[in-house]
Write a protein that binds this ligand. Structure first.
Ligand SMILES: NC(=O)c1ccc[n+]([C@@H]2O[C@H](COP(=O)([O-])OP(=O)(O)OC[C@H]3O[C@@H](n4cnc5c(N)ncnc54)[C@H](O)[C@@H]3O)[C@@H](O)[C@H]2O)c1
Length: 453
């Protein structure tokens, strides 16, 4: 899959691709249809539609197939595709397994999977088996068996899997990664990160609008409340670790000279969702009888082979402003997102006093953002969605290993089952499997600091 011949054959297309970014390319000749990457999208809910919008902006991609079991979402997607001027794609979604017919199409080179979590591994495995370059939304897997399934299927088929972790492409994250790679923080020691996002109105709604009022979920809900809430009801685990650990893993070269060794996890009581239901639906609402298993604040400490610790927080059921709570700390100093502050010994303006991070982040702005920042802004989530899709498309066109691969998808997602086990056993340490089968020792760090993708 990753042959030099393919690389040479596709490098011309790849070069053209970057030039096809909206605005940059206006007035330039377009890539011929036969040279475009043919993309199928499985799941065109809120997230899949966002990806659809982003690929439709590119002149090096054709959307040849879409799949969703909800006809309303298909209608929205077809409308977007028609307005973009592309021809009508093949449409699937007659039943939950109809995506397999999409995967049979030779007119699909690459697939983007943006379905509920329980479908992720199943669909990604089938896609890799069908020889498709596979992009998978976060989190990638729910159980340890699924983590291994992703790695094993990648190795057996030679098909690539990219976990579509967009936070790795956030502007401040890439600037801090740039600082890390330029040794500004010195030797890395400690990190903090997580998913701290009040999702009460996402997990519970009125079944009509995704972020509407109401306290329904499951069959009576809409969008993420139809599937996500069940995980809070039944699992006491950090079910969404990758927005936090993805960026940190890139900074400390996880699976490439370093790896996650073990973790411990603790959970608080879980009262937030119940409290929200009572306040908004009343004590007599049937959902007020439910007891959600997920602790409101779940704290996991991961140890790495290189002696760093990473505190990962999952905090989604209580009122709070959004923050992924990043902290990156080394022998020379640290960055903290909360407070937007940096201290580097000997370089900060005054000893023992924080600098505003703004100047530092501008100074170390990542080459990608310097080059394409203006064009990325409208893509969603402040622009990072543009870059993650750009990396996916460019890697798929060249048929090369993506920046965040099957081993990363497995190691990051493994935090879910391992945190669950640790919580169940009073915070007992749990070992990570070595998904690279020893190869982390010799795998080279990924070159994140470049301006192509
Ligand atoms: N990276 C990010 O910032 C980000 C943001 C939002 C969501 N997500 C992830 O994206 C994924 C989707 O989330 P969402 O918000 O779009 O949820 P959603 O519920 O809005 O969309 C999921 C879609 O999948 C469809 N679907 C379900 N089962 C299917 C099947 N068997 N075959 C075909 N289609 C099927 C549903 O009909 C729905 O339209 C989740 O994994 C979520 O965690 C990531």
């Amino acid at each position: 899959m990753n042959s030099r011949r393919n690389f040479i054959k596709n490098s011309a297309i790849a070069g053209a691709g970057i030039a096809m970014i909206p605005k940059v390319t206006f007035g330039m000749s377009t890539v011929k249809n036969e040279d475009k990457l043919k993309v199928g999208i499985i799941g065109v809910g809120l997230r899949g539609t966002n990806h659809l919008n982003n690929v439709l902006l590119r002149k090096d991609v054709l959307v040849t197939a879409i799949c969703d079991i909800d006809p309303a979402r298909i209608t929205i997607a077809l409308d977007r595709i028609s307005k973009s001027g592309q021809k009508k794609p093949a449409v699937f979604g007659n039943n939950e397994l109809d995506y397999r017919n999409l995967l049979d199409l030779k007119e699909v080179d690459a697939v983007i999977i943006a379905t509920p979590w329980l479908w992720h591994t199943r669909m990604a495995k089938d896609a890799m088996k069908a020889g498709k370059y596979t992009g998978l939304e976060v989190s990638a897997a729910n159980t340890m068996e699924e983590c291994w399934d992703l790695v094993n299927t990648h190795e057996q088929t030679g098909s690539h899997l990219m976990i579509l972790e967009n936070v790795n492409y956030r502007r401040d994250i890439l600037a801090v990664l740039n600082m890390v790679k330029q040794n500004v923080f010195g030797e890395l020691v400690h990190f903090r990160c997580g998913y701290q996002h009040d999702l009460r109105f996402v997990k519970l709604n009125d079944g009509k609008t995704a972020y509407g009022k109401g306290v329904e979920f499951g069959e009576k809900g809409i969008s993420e409340s139809t599937w996500r809430t069940q995980h809070s009801l039944l699992r006491n685990a950090d079910v969404y670790p990758t927005h936090g650990v993805g960026p940190i893993a890139a900074m400390c070269d996880i699976n490439r000279g370093n790896r996650f060794l073990s973790l411990t996890s603790n959970a608080t009581k879980g009262i937030g969702l119940h409290d929200y239901i009572v306040k908004n639906g009343g004590e007599d609402h049937p959902n007020a009888k439910l007891r959600f298993k997920q602790g409101d604040v779940i704290t996991t400490t991961v140890e790495t082979a290189n002696g760093e610790t990473i505190i990962v927080t999952h905090d989604c059921n209580l009122p709070r402003p959004y923050s992924l709570g990043f902290r990156v700390q080394g022998s020379n100093g640290l960055w903290e997102k909360d407070g937007n502050r940096i201290y580097i010994e000997g370089q900060s303006k005054k000893p023992h006093q924080w600098d505003d991070s703004k100047e530092w982040l501008e100074k170390y702005d990542h080459p990608l953002w310097k080059k394409y920042g203006e064009h990325a802004q409208g893509a969603g989530h402040g622009g990072m969605d543009f870059f993650v899709i750009n990396a996916f498309v460019e890697s798929a066109k060249q048929k090369i290993t993506p920046p965040m691969d099957a081993y990363d998808a497995a190691a990051w997602s493994a935090i879910t089952p391992l945190s669950e086990l640790s919580i169940e056993n009073n915070g007992e340490p749990q070992d990570f499997p070595d998904f690279t089968r020893g190869n982390w020792i010799k795998r080279k760090p990924y070159n994140w600091i470049k301006d192509s993708y």
